[in-house]
Design a protein around this ligand. Structure first.
Ligand code: GAR
Length: 195
């Protein structure tokens, strides 16, 4: 096998998708290894989980930098320090700048809790319920500058049931997120994806 791809995982909160990626990376033949977890929130619970797992973490808060350019430089510096080759956004709730996304073209993945291109943005599950869709799901995609766009790598479909609340639907979709994100990462890191 070629050397495993060095990945950074970006989080803002709980980090359950991060955990599913970290677990997958433990398999001896998995084609990626986590080198750093990046958070934009100092109190993201996922940071502690990563530290317990012995993975380097770094917190970069946008409001602590005078400009977007300086924030991006700090982000890039940290990624370069760790030799990062691919970024996985996992519940990272901050829009990345156009420059940053273009610099990392085809080297940023994201998971979104809907069947894109439906229900981009926030409040996804409630909007799916309000629209009365019978199926929702999740999508792993390459990141482009326009929010929640970019070539789709993997999707999973989840039924919506009459009794669903946003929370019950989110929980059912999350199970599939944890399944397809590691699968998609494996495809990308093995070079098995057409863009
Ligand atoms: C996940 O459901 C993820 O798909 C979603 O945030 C949650 C993060 O949970 N991401 C987005 O909505 C991005 N637009 P986690 O921190 O437990 O992985």
């Amino acid at each position: 096998m070629a050397h495993p791809l060095k990945i950074a995982i970006f989080i803002s909160g709980r980090g359950s998708n991060m955990v599913s990626l970290l677990e997958a990376c433990k398999s001896p033949d998995f084609p990626a290894i986590p080198v750093v977890i990046v958070s934009n929130q100092p109190d993201a619970p996922g940071l502690q989980t990563a530290q317990k797992a012995g993975i380097a973490t770094t917190t970069l808060v946008r409001s602590e930098y005078p400009s977007r350019k300086e924030y991006d430089s700090a982000l890039n510096e940290s990624l370069n320090e760790h030799g990062v080759e691919l970024i996985c956004l996992a519940g990272f709730m901050q829009i990345l700048s156009k420059d940053f996304v273009e610099k990392w073209h085809n080297r940023i993945l994201n998971i979104h809790p809907s069947l894109l291109p439906s229900f981009k943005g926030l409040d996804t599950h409630q909007r799916a319920l309000d629209a009365g869709v019978k199926f929702s799901g999740c999508t792993v995609h390459y990141v482009r500058y326009e929010m929640d766009t970019g070539p789709i790598i993997a999707q999973a479909v989840v039924p919506v049931v009459a009794e669903d609340t946003a929370d019950t639907l989110a929980a059912r979709i999350l199970i599939e997120e944890h399944r397809i994100y590691p699968e998609a990462l494996k495809l990308v890191a093995s070079g098995d994806v057409r863009k």
